[in-house]
Design a protein. Structure first.
Lengths: 818, 104
């Protein structure tokens, strides 16, 4: 260590102030105590802080700190008992002592309120003085050793014990604290019943309670406010809101209830902020939630006439929003509201359903026995299919409106709540699936719109229309059923060229693809592809014919659609009916030539393919010449179905005035009975397109009926379109057709299930029965909801066919047989 | 230096036992807990009203050093790498006592 010349350090004089070196405790204390008293009487400005500080400094320096502490406490206690307490008690007037009795608010309120305010004012002043004085004391006595309990906290405890907790009169047990409590509660009661009160004043007194502690350690939880005031406050609040809830319920208006409840909630919150302590905020909220909401909300929601049901019906979005926020407060799942909304959705769905049935039945009263509801089923069959179709479309439209309505409510009132959305979606899905024909109706809706509905609409409108339909599709569980119907309807639209816009069709397909998946639309897309390929084919066939240079003027313009048989709906493709193979119908010579020529052309391009002709789907334009009896001739262009064309061509060979019977026509054409009847009906019965005459003239076509060519055919138009009776348009299926579709559906589902089972087993090799079932269900759920029994049967059948084997009994387990 | 309202003036006067007066910024003086309490306007002691603090038991030499420290502290507030203050060794014990007294 480097040695340096050190300057001498002078020893300081002993202590800074105690120049005398004498322990002057008594004299110092005397000066100090008189000064402290003057602080109490607010005469501090005459005092020198430095002097007081120096006095206490000296006392402490001579190890007399403890004594100083005790003496100060004593001094303060005397002051509180003699002065402050008397002042506070003086502020209590007799009317306040009636505290706990039920006071008739009207009578004594004014008086009691004035007295209460007076008392609170006195107390507040006493408290504030005490606080200020104690702060000054602490400042002056700063040099005192930091003790376990600071002089400030000790003085606060003294205030608590000697002012708040001491009886106001020697013979009474009531304390100033009790009076304070009852007074504040009374004030709150006043405010709850709509009076104005001095919030700031109460707030100050509450500050005092917050500033005082039960124990000297001053823990948060031992605040006097929490221990002595809050419990009673919560208790009275509970009672109040119980009564309030009852009162509001008796008024039996859900809207009023909601508004009142929300007002109360904000009111209490405000009270906690401005009048009481924020510590109570969540507690009073709990009380409100419990008493006002949790106990009553279910009843409110279900109130007859004004409850959620009425709100939904009358679009009371604001009130719904309120009731939503109320329910959300007490229940994150919002069970009551959800249940009510769901119930209403299902109800409204049912209404729509009955309405659609009613429309379907509208013409029923025309018949005398129409009133009988029990015969609904039979009548439905007889109903003109048109009626049903309209009702189906109306059904979809109504559901869309309903959906829109609830979407709107959900956004505006339910704050786009996830839970609510799931609930609404679930109930929509429920009631839509409760209608077995929903997929058919929905497909009809698309059909109708793509055929007519979108005419004259902008792209955006079409888009939203399709989107709406797609949302409904989302709810439909049996998507495969929908696909079957859609395919059927689409094929009609495509083949008969009824679609307004191919763009819209494609858009629709791509939307479905996004919604349901690739697999779903595969076949639909294949149908479109067939159509485009066919167009090319037709034009190249025309070129081929042209090159052949066939000079035949009566040549037939052939438009061909070559369809891949697996992709198109089975009804169209099947040449079998009721299990019997039907012989292809006999084409007239002219057609047969064209047919052969095309077959030759097609097979030269694609060898090894088989073409089968579907006359039931085609149409033809023919030029017909009518020889009037007055010798004139009249030409009309007729647009007819292929079958009708065949029938009409027969009459080319029949001399005028002669007839063909039904049976003859049948034998010569081999057109299936159904189609033949329908075509003859449209040719001979329909009033505007009577190209044939029938004998006898009646609506039905009987095997013995005779048909004549009607040379007297009249039409104002050059071109006449002869539609096939109930054949061409897409309509609601009759009961029989439905059964058939369902049967086919089941077969197809069986195949899908088997495929799924095999797929899963191939991958897993070995699997327990229940796991297999659940995996199958989850794999297929995108397309339809398989019936568990059906899955079981399919598994059995696979075992029989030795794709699977049972490898264990308990639990039942299957193995994959490679 | 004192304005009409001493409780709010920017400077305060510190007086030593032997009569030296030091006028320093209020913010600097309030580094000392004792002086801060002394000048607290809410307690209304005579010092707070006049803005003048007399320290009977501090000598001018010590109080000067104390004031120097106050200003030094105020100037270098919130800074790092501050040069040390020069303290004459013969004063250091008395300064320690003063620091204790002033709660600095």
């Amino acid at each position: 260590m480097a040695m340096r010349a050190r300057q001498k350090i002078r020893a300081p004089r002993k202590g800074l102030g105690a120049a005398t070196g004498v322990d002057a405790f008594e004299s110092n204390w005397k000066a100090l105590s008189s000064s402290l008293k003057r602080i109490h009487t607010k005469n501090a400005s005459e005092l020198s802080f430095e002097q007081l500080y120096r006095d206490s400094y000296n006392i402490v320096r001579y190890q007399r700190g403890d004594e100083l502490y005790e003496r100060t406490k004593q001094l303060e206690k005397e002051w509180l008992c003699e002065e402050v307490q008397k002042r506070v008690v003086g502020g209590i007037s007799s009317s306040l002592l009636l505290a706990n009795e039920v006071v008739d608010i009207q009578d004594q309120a004014v008086e009691r309120r004035a007295a209460g305010e007076r008392f609170l004012m006195v107390l507040k002043e006493a408290w504030e003085d005490h606080q200020l004085c104690m702060k000054m004391f602490t400042d002056v006595l700063m040099y005192m050793d930091p003790r376990k309990v600071s002089i400030y906290a000790a003085a606060m405890a003294l205030f608590r014990d000697h002012v708040l907790r001491s009886p106001i009169r020697s013979d009474a047990t009531t304390t100033a604290g009790d009076v304070l409590k009852s007074t504040v509660l009374f004030m709150i009661q006043l405010e709850r019943s709509g009076h104005m009160i001095d919030r700031a004043l109460i707030r100050h007194c509450i500050y005092m309670l917050e500033g005082l502690y039960e124990t000297q350690a001053e823990e948060e939880s031992s605040k006097l406010y929490l221990t002595s005031f809050e419990p009673e406050f919560l208790e009275t609040s509970t009672a109040f809101y119980k009564a309030e809830g009852k009162r509001l319920l008796e008024m039996a208006d859900a809207a009023v209830f909601c508004i009142a409840a929300l007002d109360r909630i904000t009111e209490e919150k405000e009270r906690c902020l401005y009048t009481l302590s924020h510590l109570s905020e969540h507690k009073i909220k709990e009380v409100l939630d419990n008493e006002l909401l949790r106990n009553n909300l279910a009843e409110v929601i279900n109130l007859e006439g004004t409850g959620v049901r009425a709100m939904l019906d009358n679009d009371r979005l604001d009130i719904l929003g309120k009731i939503y926020s109320l329910n959300a407060r007490v229940d994150t799942k919002k069970a009551h509201l959800t249940a009510a909304v769901q119930k209403r959705v299902v109800e409204m769905g049912k209404e729509i359903h009955t309405a659609s049935v009613a429309i379907a039945q509208a013409p029923a009263p025309l018949k005398p026995n129409g009133a009988e509801a029990g015969q609904k089923k039979d009548k439905e069959k007889e109903k003109p299919a048109n009626q049903l179709t309209t009702s189906a479309i109306k059904w979809v439209n109504d559901i869309l409106l309903l959906k829109q309505k609830f979407d709107n409510i959900w956004q505006q009132s339910f704050q786009s709540d996830q839970v609510m959305q799931t609930a609404i979606t679930a109930s929509f899905s429920d009631f839509i699936n409760s209608t077995p024909r929903s997929s058919e109706f929905l497909s009809l809706f698309f059909d109708e719109n793509l055929k007519k509905g979108i005419k004259g609409k902008t792209e955006v409108e079409v888009d939203s229309l399709l989107d709406n339909g797609i949302t409904l599709l989302r709810y439909v569980k049996d998507k495969d059923l929908f696909e079957a119907y859609y395919k059927k309807h689409l094929s009609r639209r495509l083949l008969m060229k009824r679609s307004v816009s191919m763009d819209a069709e494609r858009q629709m397909i791509s939307k479905m693809k996004m919604e349901v998946g690739n697999q779903f639309t595969q076949r639909l897309e294949a149908m479109f592809k067939d159509m485009t390929v066919s167009e090319d084919l037709t034009s190249s066939y025309k070129q081929y014919i042209d090159r052949q240079g066939d000079p035949d003027a009566k040549r037939i313009d052939l438009d061909i659609n070559v369809l891949t048989s697996t992709m198109w709906p089975m009804e169209i493709m099947s040449s079998t009916r009721d299990g019997q193979v039907e012989l292809p119908c006999i084409f007239p010579r002219e057609i047969e030539t064209a047919k052969h020529s095309f077959e030759k052309f097609y097979l030269s391009k694609h060898s090894g393919r088989k073409l089968s002709w579907q006359p039931s789907m085609g149409t033809a334009d023919i030029r017909a010449t009518f020889q009037r009896s007055n010798g004139k001739t009249q030409r009309h262009e007729l647009n007819v179905s292929t079958y009708a064309l065949i029938i009409l061509l027969l009459f080319n060979d029949v001399p005028t005035g002669e007839s063909l019977t039904f049976e003859e026509i049948q034998a010569r054409t081999r057109i299936p009975d159904n189609d033949l009847i329908r075509n003859l009906q449209s040719l001979a019965v329909a009033p505007k397109t009577r190209v044939l005459k029938k004998e006898p003239m009646s609506k039905d076509v009987k095997p013995t009926d005779k048909f004549f060519f009607n040379n007297e055919f009249q039409s104002p138009f050059m071109k006449v379109r002869i539609g096939v009776v109930s054949g061409g348009a897409n309509k609601v299926e009759s009961q029989d057709q439905r059964k058939e579709t369902e049967k086919k559906m089941n077969d197809e589902r069986g195949a899908s299930i088997e495929a799924a089972v095999v797929r899963i087993m191939k991958q897993r090799k070995k699997l327990i029965h229940s796991n297999l079932i659940s995996e199958v269900l989850s794999q297929l759920s995108a397309r339809f909801v398989p019936d568990v029994n059906m899955v079981k049967r399919r598994i059995e059948s696979l075992i029989d066919r030795e794709y699977l084997e049972r490898v264990a009994e308990d639990p039942p387990t299957y193995g994959y047989v490679a | 230096m004192s304005s009409s309202d001493p409780t709010q003036s920017e400077y305060v006067t510190l007086v030593s036992g032997d009569g030296f007066e030091f006028i320093i910024p209020r913010s600097a003086a309030c580094v000392s807990g004792t002086i801060r309490r002394m000048l607290d306007p809410s307690s209304k002691f005579s010092e707070a009203l006049s803005g003048r603090c007399v320290f009977e038991n501090l000598s001018g030499v010590v109080l000067e050093k104390v004031c120097e420290y106050f200003c030094y502290n105020d100037k270098n507030k919130n800074q790092t790498n501050v040069p040390d203050m020069d303290i004459p060794p013969e004063l250091c014990l008395e300064l320690l006592m003063a620091a204790d007294y002033l709660d600095t």
